[in-house]
Each structure stands twice: as C-alpha cells, then as structure tokens.
Design a protein around this ligand. Structure first.
Ligand code: ADP
Ligand code: MG
Length: 136
C-alpha cells in the first residue's frame, strides 16, 4: 500500500501577524489533513528567492520575495488522502477576491500578495518544498 500523500503549507506573514495560525491549522485537521511537522521561522530574502525561483520571471517576483521574508511564517507538512489537491481546495483561489466561500483565502486573505497561505501545487513540488524546509 502506498503511504499517504504529503504537501507543504506555509502560513504567510500576514496571517501569522494576525494570530491566525491556530485557526488555519484547525481547518486542515478538521478536513483530515494531519500536521506531521510544523515550525515557525523567519526566512531571509535570499531564502525566499530560492523557494520561489519558479516565479523568477514574473513581474511580482521581487515583491513576493520581500513579502515572504518580511516577518515570521509557519511551515507545515500536511499528510492525508489527496493532500496536495485537498490543501489547494481548502486554500481557495490565489486572489482572495476570487476565492470560494469558506476557503482560507476567502476567510482571511487581504489581497493577492497577502493571501495568508501557500500550498504546493503538485506531488513533485510538494517533495521539493518539504525538502527545502525540513531536510536540510
Ligand atoms: P498560488 O499561491 O495560488 O499557488 P502562484 O503560485 O501563481 O499562486 O503565485 C505565488 C504567489 O505569488 C501567490 O500566492 C501570490 O501571493 C503571489 N502572486 C501571484 N500573482 C500575483 C500578482 N499578480 N501580483 C502580486 N502577487 C502575486
Ligand atoms: Mg503556486
């Protein structure tokens, strides 16, 4: 039997700052995503640039890296059936204005950049992103 899927979630600075971490984590656990590991940290701009390098050609890349390194974040390994997709569903659309009712970004997101959470977008990227924060 294959092991349950894992994905990486980041509670971004806007949400940590507003003390929303526990509320966001309870949305994951209520929806059968187990929190295998979690840690709070404050990354440098260089680390944010490495983490987000898939977006390096985008016009918002510099802003994005400044933002992720602007304050404490909490990184989580979530595990469960279809964890990658389930987490993306619970997060909602990138721009909180377009996110469905009940999603984390609809509930807590402030704007397209301050959208409260990150979630891996594929099983392959989940492995890379988990490795980035937990295995080095
Ligand atoms: P998602 O986080 O939903 O996977 P993307 O991978 O497309 O979205 O983008 C990564 C992050 O970059 C988004 O969560 C958001 O914070 C930021 N971002 C995306 N598009 C824009 C934009 N047009 N302007 C500013 N920031 C953006
Ligand atoms: Mg993405």
């Amino acid at each position: 039997m294959s092991s349950p899927e894992q994905t990486l979630s980041i509670i971004k600075p806007d949400a940590v700052e507003r003390n929303l971490s526990e509320k966001i984590k309870s949305i994951f656990t209520k929806n059968n995503l187990k929190i295998l590991e979690s840690k709070k940290l404050h990354i440098s701009k260089d680390e944010a640039a490495e983490f987000y390098k898939v977006h390096q050609s985008k016009p918002f890349y510099d802003q994005l890296c400044n933002y992720l390194s602007s304050g404490p974040i909490e990184v989580l390994i979530l595990e469960g059936v279809n964890a990658v997709l389930k987490n993306r569903d619970l997060m909602g659309a990138t721009d909180p204005k377009n996110a469905e009712e009940g999603t984390i970004r609809k509930l807590y997101g402030v704007s397209i950049d301050k959208n409260s959470v990150h979630g891996s977008d594929s099983i392959k990227n989940a492995k890379v992103e988990i490795d980035f924060f937990f295995n080095k």
